[in-house]
Design a binder for this molecule. Structure first.
Ligand code: NDP
Length: 502
């Protein structure tokens, strides 16, 4: 990392944050190094929360919840605090962004341009949402009035991934606390740094201690303890499909409400009548932003035969021009991957593509020679004639685009749906009939027509099939973070059977 480009001091230790205080680091605690992926330097040490510490955090959250200080606060008071959190995120965005880059290696322009504003927006969105939300009243029966109350569930366990740590975790934190819950957050063990300034600003915003608690550590230790913890009432999880399966089955044992937002292998269908230049620009954005490490990546690019040759040529030319480099450089478009493991995983798909007779590497596929250190991987484009190959079926989670050709809409939709995932999809066409057929027949939670990566927070977001269970966004987050209580009140006295009267 180029020291001149960062102004912040990296916190030397990462511990849990419980009831408004940082837990003191203890020598006897299991420790994990925090690595900057651009130069592999150890920049901080994480002190892992064990099951006992998770219990302490859950108890603090429960005690605060039961005190009513936050869970029964008026909506206007909660709204004011959420808006203050938004303001403080924006005031501290430089520090938070630099720590995110230190952890993730995602280019600073993308962290500052998208992820930190989105983190602030998550709080603004839920502040506005709660102030407008209402519940149904059933007054069809003239003798009764029946209405529905929405009440917070209790303690929410929030488990977040490493690819966009703040943007994804704050969506969960904002949703949970907006509706009056307390929570225990676990970021990925790889990316806890940005949460240190974030936790510090919560009490400044007026949030009572114990409403948001954080535990840090490995998924198999700290995360597993959360899914087993009796005092945690629900789990909102974003991460990989296999982890989601494990978490849902573990959480089922204590009957926690569970929402899982999992992986994807999303098709980006480009018909020959599409606006070619816009589709080309968007295809690059959809697969290469966030270093290709995003669940909603358009990682399978399906191009109609008449334009396929030209598309591949132009796409590869642009990929050769992508600026790979120091994520703190404002001009960098591709930074390093998150970890050595992830780098090796992505490389293994390039090796498989090299071996396979159905695939052809058009560019990339190796570690770039210019970098002695860091988990860099060349932006890679592979054409495939077989949608069953591993590079078309598995989520690679890196700067790795796969291109398949198709003839006509039926084949495009067949290839799109021939996947165990169903998170998002992209359709590029100027023919409204094709668009309408595609949006109806695609088996995925989102269809983006002639646009990449549009996240409407009011609308549901989540996946079909192995891409998850449940949705978040406006009303759907309210369903997760609240219990519904039906209250019936008679409007006049009516006869009640007199059991036992002789
Ligand atoms: P993982 O599934 O490995 O981890 C996600 C989180 O779960 C981390 O905090 C992890 O902890 C924790 N975890 C791991 N094992 C357990 C366990 N047994 N019990 C409880 N918690 C556990 O995913 P990644 O962090 O590698 O993130 C990448 C994945 O996330 C990709 O597959 C991607 O598609 C998906 N994703 C989905 C999104 C969506 O909205 N659908 C958005 C973004 C990413 P730790 O890392 O500390 O081990």
């Amino acid at each position: 990392m180029d020291k001149k480009k960062t102004k912040i001091n990296t916190p030397q230790t990462v511990t849990s944050y419980i009831n408004g205080e940082w837990v003191e680091p203890k020598k006897s605690t299991h420790q994990l190094p925090i690595i900057h992926p651009a130069n592999e330097a150890e920049v901080s040490i994480l002190y892992e929360a064990d099951a006992k510490e998770v219990k302490t955090a859950a108890k603090a959250a429960k005690k605060t919840f039961e005190s009513g200080l936050w869970s029964k606060a008026s909506v206007d008071d909660r709204k004011a605090v959420l808006l203050a959190i938004r303001d403080l995120i924006l005031e501290n965005q430089e520090e938070i962004a630099e720590l995110e880059v230190m952890n993730t290696g995602v280019p600073i322009a993308q962290v500052c341009g998208r992820q930190i504003p989105r983190s602030a927006m998550n709080f603004e969105f839920f502040a506005e949402f709660i102030s407008q939300a209402s519940s149904p009243v059933f007054d069809q029966n003239p003798d009764y009035i029946t209405y529905v109350r929405r009440e917070p569930v209790g303690v929410a366990g929030l488990i977040a991934p490493w690819n966009a740590p703040m943007a994804l975790a704050t969506m969960k934190v904002a949703g949970a606390i907006a509706f009056g819950n307390s929570c225990v957050l676990k970021p990925s063990e790889l990316t806890p740094l940005g949460f240190i300034p974030f936790m510090n600003l919560l009490s400044k915003a007026g949030l009572p201690d114990g409403v948001v608690n954080m535990v840090n550590g490995r998924g198999g230790v700290t995360g597993a303890a959360m899914t087993q913890e009796e005092d945690i009432d629900l789990i909102a999880f974003t991460g990989g499909t296999e982890t989601g399966r494990l978490i849902a089955s573990e959480a089922g044992k204590t009957l926690k409400k569970t929402v899982t937002e999992l992986g994807g292998k999303s098709a980006n269908i480009i018909f020959s009548d599409a606006d070619f230049e816009r589709a080309l620009d968007a295809a690059l954005v959809a697969i290469f932003s966030n270093n290709g490490q995003q669940c909603l990546a358009g990682s399978r690019i399906l191009v109609e035969k008449p334009i396929a040759k030209e598309f591949k040529k132009r796409f590869v030319e642009r990929v050769h021009n992508l600026k790979i480099g120091d994520p703190y450089d404002k001009n960098t478009e591709i930074g390093p991957l998150i970890s050595r493991n992830q780098n090796e995983r992505v490389a293994s798909f390039a090796d498989a593509a090299e071996q396979s007779k159905n695939t052809n590497i058009l560019c990339g596929g190796k570690r770039p020679k210019a970098f002695e250190k860091g988990y860099y991987f060349e932006p890679t484009v592979v054409e495939s004639s077989d949608n069953q190959s591993a590079i078309c079926q598995e989520e690679i989670f890196g700067p790795f685009a796969t291109i398949l050709e198709f003839e006509g809409i039926e084949e495009a939709l067949q290839i799109t749906n021939d996947s165990k995932f169903g998170l998002v999809s992209y359709v590029w066409s100027t023919d409204v009939r094709k668009i309408m057929k595609a949006q109806a027949d695609i088996r995925a939670g989102v269809v983006w027509v002639n646009t990449p990566l549009m996240r409407e927070l009011r609308a549901p977001f989540g996946g079909y099939k192995n891409s998850g269970i449940g949705r978040d966004g406006g009303e759907w987050s309210r369903n997760l973070f609240t219990e519904e209580k039906t209250v019936s009140i008679p409007l006049k006295d009516f006869p009640i059977a007199k059991l036992g009267e002789r």
